[in-house]
Ligand binder design. Structure first.
Ligand SMILES: *Cc1c(COP(=O)(O)O)cnc(C)c1O
Length: 358
């Protein structure tokens, strides 16, 4: 066994909904702890999955995911050879770490951010350097990132919008940053929540892949597409990096049914647009609620809100007892709450007010 494995704290996955329900004796449980789409999945996905021809169970799936690949490439207007698919973005994160990191390499991340960047770096025995976000705004401290770059720096993770802060960085700021980073450093831009950005008309860093060879843009079908259970994510990279990744990728990582579901989801833009529009309205109502009640939060461009509450754990426990599961443990006295359906948001907000006044 690799010596570093002993010291690693594994990722804490979501418990199954039925287990949590049983433990708390709940009839209804609304999970707002995993940033899943509360509006479900496009009905086109169900149609496509039901139509998928049984009779090919004994055959391996299309390793190249050609139909899905072609559709994603044409939607993003990139060369199909620049796409690498994974079993969720999780697998892509693991793949990058496995392929590029060696013992002693340094990896820079913002703090707090998605924990899997650090987890996979540690598995490869790389050193993770955490750079605190701007306390006031939750945004990246790009100047500090530049200060921390050494000859050992191999990777920089940029999560945009960032999980859990929800904050968004302008592409122009990211570009200025990349220009100052040595081209030997790989910069990974995780855009799991990019569809939810509404402050900016063209929020994605995708256009930067034409300018810089050392960057990757990462996307997933798990969030706005409502397909978390099917496990499909992908990276857009240079043809050279794509070739490295194809060499190390498990040949049959995506099942046919996952490919079919993702393709149907991709083709239903109206489901995405509606989810984004509803999320925007509710996100604004959350921000207004928190402002009025003098509760610290970061301006979110995602489908969740990160807020500071003096007794955050007790609040989370109380919400759970009422059937609302939110995410704690990401930063002391802060909670991350997925923006749910209007009625659920109102209920949670009224519980917060009650607790605050008690
Ligand atoms: C949810 C999430 C992922 C993982 O997505 P999957 O495709 O479900 O594996 C990756 N990055 C961020 C920032 C996420 O929040």
């Amino acid at each position: 066994m690799k010596k570093q494995i002993q010291a690693i704290q594994s990722y804490t996955p979501e418990e199954s909904l039925s287990d949590v329900k049983q433990r708390y004796g709940l009839k209804k449980l609304v999970r707002l702890s995993a940033n899943e789409n509360p509006y479900g999945t496009s009905p086109h996905v169900k149609e496509a999955v039901l139509k998928w021809s049984f009779g090919e169970e004994n055959r391996y799936p299309d390793s190249y995911a050609l139909k899905l690949r072609t559709a994603v490439a044409s939607k993003l207007k990139v060369d199909a050879q620049r796409l690498v698919f994974g079993v969720g973005l999780d697998e892509i994160i693991a793949m990058f770490s496995r392929i590029f990191l060696e013992s002693g390499d340094e990896v820079l991340v913002t703090d707090p951010t998605f924990s899997e960047y650090a987890l996979h770096a540690e598995i490869e025995d790389a050193q993770v350097i955490k750079i605190a976000c701007n306390k006031q705004t939750g945004k990246y401290s790009f100047a500090t990132f530049l200060d921390k770059i050494t000859p050992k720096t191999k990777m920089i993770w940029l999560c945009n919008p960032n999980n859990p802060t929800g904050t968004y960085e302008e592409v122009s700021d990211i570009e200025k940053f990349i220009q100052k980073v040595p081209s030997s450093v790989l910069i990974l831009i995780d855009e799991a929540y990019i569809n939810y950005v509404t402050d900016n008309e063209e929020p994605s860093s995708l256009r930067l892949i034409e300018k810089f060879e050392n960057i990757a843009v990462l996307r997933t079908f798990s969030k706005v597409y409502g397909l978390a259970n099917y496990r499909v994510g992908y990276a857009v990279v240079s043809a050279r990096i794509a070739a490295y990744m194809e060499a190390a990728r498990l040949p049959y990582n995506l099942s046919s049914i996952a490919q079919v579901a993702a393709l149907a989801g991709l083709n239903d833009q109206s489901f995405v647009d509606q989810s984004v529009a509803k999320n925007k309205i509710e996100r604004e109502r959350w921000e207004e609620f928190l402002t009025v009640n003098n509760i610290k939060f970061y301006h979110s461009q995602a489908n969740f809100i990160f807020l500071q509450y003096p007794t955050a754990d007790a609040l989370a426990e109380e919400l759970l007892a009422h059937g609302y599961q939110v995410r704690r443990g990401l930063k002391p006295n802060w909670l991350r709450i997925t923006i749910g359906e209007p009625e659920d948001n109102r209920k949670i907000q009224s519980m917060i007010v009650k607790k605050k006044n008690s």
